[in-house]
Ligand binder design. Structure first.
Ligand code: ADP
Ligand code: MG
Length: 403
């Protein structure tokens, strides 16, 4: 049977209303307003962020919305459709709670409370001077599918609190607040790509981010005008060794950079790879080659988009996947199957996206070929004995905003 790609799963125009409804249900009051921030897909540039390199993500139409109201007692209270109970903390205690006391906070609540903590710290504000708030979250962003629901909740929270507390930080600073929350209050050692994409996203555009300087440039994608769709194939696989694998890859990159006398692999060029091969053991060399060539592919993608338009980036996506599969060794059979089946069914390009060991693949597909790619991938998963993937299209969309 057909499994046509949908515009979601679950990107709902009424999601802001869900946050307002949750607010009223949990807090028995009417919110002052709602803010929201999107998830993201990384078009190309994988494992380049922590090597001071380049990435090219875009914000998607799936968003996390937060309804906000103020309260007179200096308490911050957070509620989510994910959790039965609200979590509350006096603002005056945030600096005692994070980072050392984070284990005492329900894990999901560390994201919004961690943002509140990081925001007042970044703004140099004494928390006792800030007005108390109630926050209620509702989201369309699938969790753990590699679409960064974490950056979405961080971006929504940072935007809402900055507005209500009169904190005048720019979008890059708010992205940093999100990363600080995720690194220190949640305890996840992530880069800043996701938060930058969620804060800076624009319709029909990607964010070309230099992870060393944090300079960001909005790059027109033109998918719609070229008649192209970006299809996400969520394999549903989340491998238990993702954390260990990530640490091993980071360590190999640091080893490789040091042996090359570079402060980061960003400073190693494709022309340097011959010397790298002489200096490094085989595994470290292949890890280095992935990062160095992937950085170059991001630059080449930006150049190709400008010169020839989006239909020209297919081979770069395919080369990115091969490099992750063969050199960085972070793919899994489900991701390889998704990419191969999509390409065989006519996709212009396809690659796994995200940290690896599971998660999602993306495919760039002509609009009238989306059905064929969806059917081919679904059939290939059935033939291989894999659980059915979730397949949907995403559109490059606007970043965090008041709704
Ligand atoms: P992802 O790839 O989706 O970003 P992460 O593990 O980084 O996966 O972040 C997912 C976590 O973020 C969830 O397990 C939850 O703790 C938190 N989270 C995301 N969205 C929400 C939400 N709307 N309400 C509550 N918690 C959320
Ligand atoms: Mg995340």
């Amino acid at each position: 049977t057909d499994a046509p790609a949908t515009d979601a799963p679950g990107a709902r125009p009424e999601a802001a209303q869900s946050a307002r409804a949750l607010f009223t249900e949990r807090f028995d009051a009417v919110p002052l307003g709602t803010w929201s921030a999107p998830g993201r897909v990384n078009l190309i540039g994988e494992h380049t962020d922590y090597n001071d390199g380049f990435v090219l993500p875009f914000a998607i139409q799936h968003r996390t919305h937060v309804a906000l109201g103020t309260r007179a007692d200096g308490v911050i209270r957070v509620a989510s459709t994910f959790a039965d109970d609200a979590v509350e903390v006096p603002l005056a205690e945030l600096n005692a709670l994070f980072p050392d006391g984070r284990e005492t906070v329900a894990e999901w609540a560390r994201y919004p409370l961690g943002v509140a903590w990081a925001l007042q710290r970044a703004a140099g504000r004494d928390p006792v001077t800030l007005v108390g708030v109630d926050l209620a979250f509702a989201s369309d962003v699938p969790v753990g599918a590699g679409l960064s629901s974490s950056a979405a909740i961080e971006g929504a929270t940072a935007s809402a609190l900055a507005a209500i507390w009169g904190i005048d930080l720019d979008r890059t600073a708010l992205a940093r607040v999100g990363r600080t929350a995720e690194n220190e209050a949640v305890g996840a050692p992530t880069g800043i790509m996701d938060q930058m994409a969620s804060m800076l996203g624009r319709a029909d555009a990607a964010i070309f981010l230099d992870c060393r300087s944090l300079e960001a440039e909005v790059i027109d994608l033109g998918f719609a005008d070229a008649g192209l769709e970006l299809v996400v194939i969520d394999t549903g696989v989340s491998h238990s060794h993702a954390t260990g694998g990530y640490g091993e890859r980071r360590a190999a990159c640091e080893r490789g950079a040091e042996a090359m006398g570079a402060s980061a692999l960003r400073d190693v060029s494709v022309a340097d790879l011959e010397r790298a091969q002489e200096l490094l053991d085989d595994v470290t060399f292949r890890r280095v080659r992935h990062v160095v060539t992937e950085n170059q592919r991001v630059l080449d993608t930006v150049a190709a988009l400008a010169a020839e338009g989006p239909a020209s980036v297919g081979p770069l996506l395919v080369a990115s996947h091969a490099s992750m599969r063969d050199d960085f060794e972070i793919s899994v059979p489900e991701l390889d199957t998704a990419v191969e089946a999509a390409l065989a069914a006519g996709a212009i390009g396809a690659r796994m996206t995200g940290g690896g060991f599971g998660g999602a693949a993306i495919a760039l597909v002509a609009r009238d070929g989306v059905g064929a790619v969806t059917d081919a991938v679904t059939a290939a998963f059935t033939d291989a004995g894999f659980a059915a993937p979730t397949i949907f299209t995403v559109a490059p969309s606007a970043g965090a905003a008041r709704d």
